[in-house]
Structures are given as C-alpha cells and as structure tokens.
Design a protein around this ligand. Structure first.
Ligand code: GLY
Ligand code: MN
Ligand code: MN
Length: 352
C-alpha cells in the first residue's frame, strides 16, 4: 500500500537512505543500508550485520548483501538493470553531495535523477491506526513514568540524578528507549529550552522542567511538565499560569482545517499580551512519529493545514534568563472533531 502511494512509473525507482524513511517504507527495518523500491522490486541492500534482521523485520522485502566489489551503489545499479529502471528518485535533503555523486557514477549514463522531495515524509504526516497505537502507548508510558518519579524529587537531588531515574522508569514501564535525550532544567536553568541535565542540586522554591519521551514500536512520545519544589515565587507562578492558559488555548485551537500558522499566532499573541514579548522564542509545536520532530510544525513559518491523523505537540513556554522558565507540552492526536491529548499527566501546578 505504501509502495502504491509512491505512485511510481514502470521505469522508476526510489532509492532511500534516510533511516526513518527506510523504517517507514519497509514497515519496520531498523538496520543500515539502502531501501530500493520500484514497481517490480522492493529490496533492502545492507551488510552482513543486518541481513538476518532485515528478513525478520521486513519479510516482504528481498534482502541483498554488500560484499567486496558489490557495495550499496553497485547493488542499486544491478537491481535497476534487472527491473529496467532508468528514472531514480533520491533524497535531495538527505544524501551528501559526495554520496550522491558516487551513486550516480555507479548507476552510470542514461539515468535520470529526480529529487524525491520529501514524499515519504509527507506520507508519514498522517498516522495509521497501528502508528497511533504505538504513539499512544509511548505517551502512556511517559506520563506514567512522570507520575512515578514525582515522589522521588527532593531538595539536594541533582538534575542528572532525576534524569537517570526517569529514564530508568520509562524502560521499566516498557519503553524501547528514549525518543530524545531527557531535558531536566531546574531554577534559573529553566530559561534554557533545551538544557542539558547538570549537577545542579534542587532547592526549595525551584521550578523543575522535565521534557521527556520514549519509543514504542519505533514511534515517539514527547511531553513536558514543570513542577515546583516548595512554593514558587509570585513571578514564576504568574509565568506558570500564563503558560498553562497558553497551552489550553493551543489545544482548544488545534483542529482539522486550521492553519498551523494561525494556531501558533493565537497562542503567541496571548503570551505577548501578558507581558512576555520575546520570551517564547520557539514554535508552538511539531509533528511526532518515527522522528521526534516531524512536519507539520505549529510555527510562524508553517502554512500547512492541520488534518485528522496528524500527531502534533502543543508546547508553549516562557523563558526568563537568570530567573527560570516554564514549558508545558502534550502530544495530541488530531481527530475529526478536534484533538485528543495522548499525554494525560496532570498540568495543574504540582507543588512538591
Ligand atoms: N523534546 C523536544 C521538544 O519538545 O521539541
Ligand atoms: Mn518535548
Ligand atoms: Mn516537542
């Protein structure tokens, strides 16, 4: 079905190098190599380490092994010769110039090379039932791990220690692994949207931001919560309340037919209007799937239309250098009626 969605002419083939697209188009292959797809041939070209795995993960695909004198590019040439392909689509946003030149040289004269122009990424935007099942489970695990780790947070614990515990709990609850490196930012570190967990010890009055996610079946979850350790300052409480209301507005606005740009703008205008101009410097959200960041984006530069089947984050934040920050993020499934948040952990301010 995915192969048909590529809509290939009889003389055309797609040569895929991006691992996320290889996984998607083969319905599960996670090894290295190249996926070759034409109307007649669906093949994985890889080395010895992954041939058995390819057979297990993508049984519908023929697997051919690289060896001395027969590298990935030479296999592309051979497969193309076998099935008469002369038009090749390549990932213009992924292959290096050097790799592309080597591939063209191996295939030789008489071939036409055309950019694939993100066609697999476009297909990946709308999630299937099975993809949604995996994302839903990943989100459930992330939310559960968050609730489970809360009672362990105390004064003197470091950001790194909390990160280790959180990562452990996700794995224990059934995750394959993290979907990205856990972000844990406390106190003044909270103004760094993508802070690296440090040896900073938690203190009374800190806000602690945990931006976390895991993978199930190759699909990601993404969730952020900010909690307080003891009573936060009035300034940070106002920041929290503003971000919480912004997140509610974003979720309320997220529905099929809406412009990604408009949803971002509505939330951004609200935050700006509360006196935080310039303090929400990233997009409101992004697609989530095989990759943690996918299209479309809820941002100032994305004019795509939201569709049912998109899985998008809604994650406003306010960042005050030297003071702290708050971000609240849900992963949401866009439904025909609106959206369903898949990350159920509470968003009311938790004071530990
Ligand atoms: N976890 C990274 C992000 O929220 O985009
Ligand atoms: Mn996140
Ligand atoms: Mn995110």
């Amino acid at each position: 079905m995915l192969i048909q969605a590529l809509d290939l002419a009889a003389d055309a083939a797609v040569v895929v190098h991006n691992p996320s697209n290889m996984f998607y188009l083969s319905s599960g292959y996670t090894g290295e190599g190249v996926v070759y797809i034409s109307r007649k041939t669906q093949a994985i070209i890889t080395d010895f380490r992954y041939t058995e795995q390819a057979g297990q993960q993508a049984p519908a695909f023929r697997c051919v092994m690289t060896e001395k004198g027969m590298n990935h590019d030479q296999w592309v040439q051979k497969l193309a010769q076998e099935d008469g392909a002369t038009v090749f689509y390549y990932e213009d946003d992924y292959l290096t110039v050097k790799a592309f030149q080597a591939l063209r040289d191996a295939v030789g004269d008489g071939a036409t090379w055309l950019p694939l122009a993100q066609k697999p990424e476009k297909l990946r935007e709308i999630k299937s039932e099975e993809e949604i099942r995996c994302i839903r489970e990943a989100c459930r695990i992330t939310s559960a791990a968050f609730l489970k780790v809360l009672p362990e947070i105390r004064e003197g614990m470091t950001e790194k220690e909390l990160t280790i515990r959180f990562n452990y709990l996700q794995l224990q609850l059934g995750a394959q692994g993290n979907s990205f490196s856990t972000i844990c930012a406390s106190g003044e570190n909270g103004s760094l949207p993508h802070a690296i967990p440090s040896d900073r010890k938690f203190r009374k009055g800190d806000m602690i931001t945990l931006d976390v996610g895991c993978k199930v079946g190759g699909y990601c979850s993404d969730m952020t919560r900010t909690v307080a350790l003891g009573e936060p300052s009035a300034e940070m409480r106002k920041v929290y309340d503003t971000v919480l209301e912004a997140q509610r507005l974003g979720r309320e606005a997220l529905a099929p037919g809406k412009s990604c740009y408009e949803i971002d703008k509505q939330v951004r205008d609200y935050i700006d209007g509360q006196g935080y101009v310039g303090r929400f410097g990233h997009g409101l959200g992004h697609g989530v799937g095989i990759d943690i960041h996918e299209n479309p984006r809820l941002s100032m530069t994305c004019h795509d239309t939201v569709q049912a089947g998109h899985v998008l984050t809604v994650e406003p934040g306010i960042y005050l250098p030297g003071v702290g920050g708050v971000r609240i993020e849900d992963t949401c499934l866009v439904t025909p009626e609106g959206n369903e948040p898949l990350t159920p952990a509470t968003k009311e301010l938790i004071i530990l």
